[in-house]
Design a protein around this ligand. Structure first.
Ligand code: FSO
Ligand code: SF4
Length: 502
C-alpha cells in the first residue's frame, strides 16, 4: 500500500507518481495534509459553500509544488475551510484517463490560484476567478463527469488563468510602473545582505523599504530577477543585483553564504544544514523549523540575521543579466519589429519559456537557443532562462536577439505580443513565424499551457518530459486538436520549426 500518491510535478518518481516521499522533499504526512486541504476545498465547492476568495487562493497555492512543507500551517488552513474533506484517493484511484484529466484540471486550478493570490495581494478583485476555481474544484470531485467534460473544463481553466494573468499584469503595472529593459549586476558587494526569492514583488518592496534604512542590501534570486525592470522597485537604492541561478541549485548555491534568504513563494527546497539557519519564509510558503514572517510583513528577523552574518568582506561574482523586455517594451518597438520581419532581417521568433528543474535533459533548452540562427529572435520568461540568459546572442534587425520578458506569469505579455504581431502582419497567431518551446515543472506552467491551448495556439513543443497525468489517450487528443508535441533533439526540432531539412 503506497504511503502517498502525488503526480503533480515534472519530477514525479519514475514518471508515474511519488509513493513514499516526494522527490521535492514532501513527506507522506505533508502529502496527506495537502490532500486533506484540497479535499476540504472540493467538499466546500461541491456543497456550494461560497468559499472566501482569499482563503481559496491561499489554500490552493499552499498545495503547489515547492511551496508549503509545514504540516501545522496546512492543518490551520484546512481548519479554516472547515469541511469534512472529499477523499482525494477517489481521484488517485480513478481509471487512468479520468485520473489524468482530473489531476490536470486540479493542477491548472492550483496555478490559477497562485496568480490570483499575487494580484489579490496588490488589491485586485479576484471574485470572478474564485467562482471559476470553485466550479473547477467541484468538477474534480464529480465522478460522473466524462473525459470530454473534463477536457473542456481544463480549457476553461486556461481561460480563467488568462483572466488571472491579465489582472496580475495590470496590478503589477499599477503598483510598480511599466517595466523597461535593464542590466542587472551579478556582483555581490561587501556588507550585509538579504537575497529575496520567489515571485512576490510586493513582499520585495516591503523588504526594500525596511532593509534600506538599516544598511542592508537586497539581491534578487530566480524569478524575482525581473523586479529590477520596474521603476517602482528599481528606484530603491538597497536593490543591488541578482544572486545565483534557478531554484533547483539553491541548496548548493546558498550553502555557507553569509547572507539571509527570504522565500516569498515557490520554489523552496528543504533547506540543508549549510543554510537552514538563515532562511525565512513568508506568504504561502513554509517549512518546519524555518522562521515564517506573518501577515504583518515585519522583516526585522530577516534583516537582523543579515546584519549578524555580515556579508562578504569584498565584492564577489561577475557579469550581469539583461531583463525587462515586457510586452510594453517590445510593443513600443513594434514598427522596428514588423519592418525587420518584412525585410527578412528577422526570419523567425522562438518563445523558449517556462520552468527550470533538475533533469539533465533540460540542457536541451540551452542547446536549442545556442543553435538558433542569427536572423531569429528568442523571447524568454520564467526560471528556465537561467540555462541560457548569460549568452550573448548579438542583435537582429536592430534588436537584441535574446529578450527576457520576465516571470512565468508574463506569459500574458508574450500572448499580447503574439496577438499584436499577428494583427500588424495581417495573419492569425498560428500563421506567424513563431514557435513555442516550453519547459514545465510545476502547476503554474500547467495553467499557462492550458491558457495557450484555450487560445487555440498550435504546435507547442513541451518538455523536458510530458506530465505523468497526460495519458496516451489524452495525449492523442492534444496532438490531434493542438499539434502538441514532446521535445525531440534540438538541432532536428529547430530545423523542422524553420521548415528546413534536419
Ligand atoms: Fe520557476 Fe518555481 Fe516561475 Fe515556477 S521558480 S518553477 S512555473 O515556481 O513559477 O518559473
Ligand atoms: Fe512528487 Fe512532485 Fe508531488 Fe513532490 S510535487 S510529491 S516531487 S509529484
Amino acid at each position: 500500500m503506497p504511503q502517498m500518491f502525488c503526480m503533480q510535478c515534472e519530477q514525479t518518481a519514475g514518471g508515474r507518481g511519488c509513493l513514499s516521499a516526494g522527490r521535492c522533499g514532501k513527506s507522506a504526512e505533508t502529502s496527506r495534509l495537502q490532500d486533506g486541504l484540497t479535499g476540504a476545498l472540493i467538499a466546500a465547492a461541491r456543497n456550494g459553500e461560497g468559499l472566501e476568495p482569499q482563503l481559496l487562493a491561499e489554500s490552493l497555492f499552499a498545495t503547489l509544488t515547492n511551496v508549503n512543507f509545514d504540516d501545522a500551517a496546512l492543518a490551520r488552513l484546512a481548519a479554516r475551510v472547515g469541511q469534512p474533506p472529499y477523499d482525494l484517493g477517489r481521484v488517485h484511484g480513478a481509471p487512468e484517463d479520468a485520473r489524468g484529466l482530473r489531476t490536470l484540471l486540479l493542477a491548472g486550478l492550483r496555478g490559477v490560484a497562485a496568480y490570483a493570490f499575487h494580484s489579490m495581494a496588490l488589491g485586485a478583485d479576484i471574485r470572478e476567478i474564485a467562482r471559476f476555481m470553485e466550479n473547477g474544484l467541484a468538477a474534480v470531485g464529480d465522478e460522473d463527469l466524462g473525459l470530454d467534460g473534463l477536457l473542456s473544463l481544463a480549457l476553461e481553466c486556461g481561460e480563467a488563468n488568462l483572466s488571472a494573468l491579465r489582472l496580475l499584469d495590470r496590478a503589477n503595472t499599477e503598483a510598480f510602473g511599466v517595466p523597461g529593459p535593464v542590466k542587472v549586476s551579478r556582483v555581490i558587494g561587501p556588507g550585509p545582505f538579504v537575497v529575496a526569492s520567489g515571485h512576490d514583488f510586493l513582499d520585495l518592496r516591503l523588504l526594500l523599504e525596511q532593509a534600506g534604512g538599516r544598511g542592508v542590501d537586497v539581491y534578487t534570486h530566480g524569478e524575482l530577477l525581473p523586479a529590477h525592470a520596474y521603476p517602482g522597485l528599481g528606484k530603491y537604492p538597497a536593490l543591488k543585483g541578482n544572486f545565483g541561478t534557478a531554484w533547483q541549485n539553491q541548496q548548493r548555491e546558498f550553502a555557507g553564504v553569509p547572507g539571509a534568504f527570504l522565500f516569498t513563494t515557490n520554489c523552496l527546497m528543504p533547506p540543508t544544514a549549510g543554510h537552514a539557519d538563515r532562511v525565512f519564509t513568508t506568504g504561502p510558503v513554509g517549512h518546519p523549523g524555518i522562521v515564517h514572517i506573518g501577515d504583518d510583513k515585519d522583516f526585522s528577523p530577516v534583516i537582523g540575521r543579515a546584519l549578524e552574518l555580515g556579508g562578504y568582506g569584498e565584492a564577489r561574482g561577475k557579469g550581469h543579466f539583461t531583463t525587462g523586455f515586457g510586452h510594453q517594451a517590445v510593443l513600443s518597438l513594434a514598427d522596428t519589429v514588423v519592418g525587420a520581419v518584412r525585410s527578412g532581417a528577422i526570419r523567425h521568433f522562438f518563445l523558449v519559456g517556462g520552468c527550470d528543474g533538475e533533469r539533465a535533459s533540460r540542457d536541451y533548452y540551452a542547446e536549442f537557443v545556442r543553435r538558433t540562427p542569427k536572423d531569429t529572435l528568442v523571447l524568454t520568461l520564467g526560471c528556465g532562462k537561467f540555462r541560457f540568459n548569460d549568452l550573448d546572442l548579438g542583435t537582429a534587425g536592430g534588436l537584441p536577439r535574446l529578450l527576457d520578458m520576465g516571470q512565468c506569469n508574463d506569459a500574458f505579455g508574450a500572448i499580447r505580443v503574439a496577438l499584436a504581431l499577428a494583427e500588424a502582419l495581417g495573419c492569425g497567431v498560428n500563421d506567424l513565424p513563431l514557435s513555442l518551446v516550453l519547459s514545465w515543472y510545476e502547476q503554474k506552467a500547467v495553467a499557462i499551457l492550458l491558457t495557450l491551448l484555450h487560445l487555440g495556439i498550435r504546435n507547442i513543443l513541451l518538455g523536458p518530459t510530458l506530465p505523468a497525468f497526460v495519458t496516451p489517450k489524452v495525449l492523442d487528443r492534444l496532438v490531434a486538436g493542438f499539434g502538441l508535441a514532446p521535445l525531440g533533439e534540438p538541432g532536428a526540432d529547430l530545423a523542422r520549426l524553420l521548415g528546413q531539412p534536419a
